[in-house]
Design a binder for this molecule. Structure first.
Ligand SMILES: O=C(O)CCC(=O)C(=O)O
Length: 283
């Protein structure tokens, strides 16, 4: 990673890489996800929830049209379903992995937290409160033996990339620059997500910056950076992928072990093709 970008990552806790992902990779992911929406549509038709699969609707509106009258049934995220050939190009993008290697070293795990989110308009389940991803590892996924120090020692890089333009109006992310230096802070459980409400930290939210990105853009950020996903006040669905890389020599601190994205020591252990990725399962 260029020294200027590395300095920004270290000091601000994030770095935006514009146009890193090629249009054909974006298109393949969108088409793979459209296949998932086809399956959901078939299920809703079988159950009599909708009369049509709305296959003519654009990617940006179809899932909203399908679930408009039963929003709380719409998946908030896809995870286990992401072992699709069309997703491989994102998680195993060679230029992205080169950048990640320059930060984490040559043993890289795709952390067992990779997600596609359809952020539907006007629905409270789409609001992701201020949190740290490390907060989830500490407060949700760990047993009591895992300490804050363990989470803080995780060598991780988080990645977020939109499949449609992400703006404040349709629920882009916001970051508090530099907040990754505070360590793991307390979170409370809300109906859908965790939230940082401790008054020692909430004044920092005034320093928030909006991370507005286009398809193909990628933001890399620290596992400890304070961030939130704004609500979608637009009329179309804000689709994105988010995933994480970890130094594979460390434990995940979760039950799941993820997949090897790159290994300089044991190259044969890494996932090498879209076909291989599609045969594997979430773990
Ligand atoms: O997509 C969003 O709105 C927020 C996602 C998020 O919090 C994350 O990727 O860690």
């Amino acid at each position: 990673m260029q020294p200027g970008l590395r300095k920004q990552l270290d000091e601000e806790g994030y770095v935006i890489l514009r146009g890193l992902v090629e249009p054909q990779v974006v298109a393949s992911a969108r088409s793979g996800i459209d296949g998932l929406v086809d399956e959901l549509a078939a299920g809703l038709i079988r159950e009599g929830e909708v009369q049509s699969s709305f296959s003519e609707e654009p990617f940006e509106t179809r899932i909203y049209r399908l679930y408009r009258d039963c929003m709380d049934r719409c998946p908030q995220s896809f995870r286990h379903e992401l072992h699709l050939p069309g997703i491989f190009g994102y998680f195993f993008h060679p230029v992205l992995l080169d950048l990640v290697e320059s930060v984490l070293g040559g043993e890289i795990r795709l952390y067992p937290n990779y997600t596609v989110r359809p952020k539907l308009p006007d629905w409270e389940g789409t609001r992701i409160w201020w949190h740290q991803d490390g907060g989830y590892t500490h407060f949700v996924h760990t047993d009591e033996a895992v300490q804050e120090d363990d989470v803080e020692e995780l060598r991780m890089l988080n990645v977020w990339s939109p499949l449609v333009p992400a703006r404040e109006e349709n629920g882009c992310m916001q970051f508090v620059p530099g907040s990754h230096k505070l360590g793991v802070v307390p979170h409370v459980s809300r109906r859908y997500y965790l939230e940082i409400v401790d008054p020692r930290y909430t004044p920092l939210f005034e320093k928030a910056v909006s991370i507005e990105l286009d398809p193909g853009d990628v933001v890399l950020f620290s596992n400890l950076l304070f961030h939130q996903g704004l609500p979608n006040r637009g009329r179309t669905v804000r689709w994105n992928l988010d995933w994480r890389y970890q130094d594979a020599r460390q434990p995940t601190l979760r039950q799941d072990q993820g997949h090897i994205a790159r290994s300089r020591t044991f190259p044969e252990r890494a996932v090498h093709s879209a076909g291989e990725w599609a045969r594997l399962e979430f773990r």
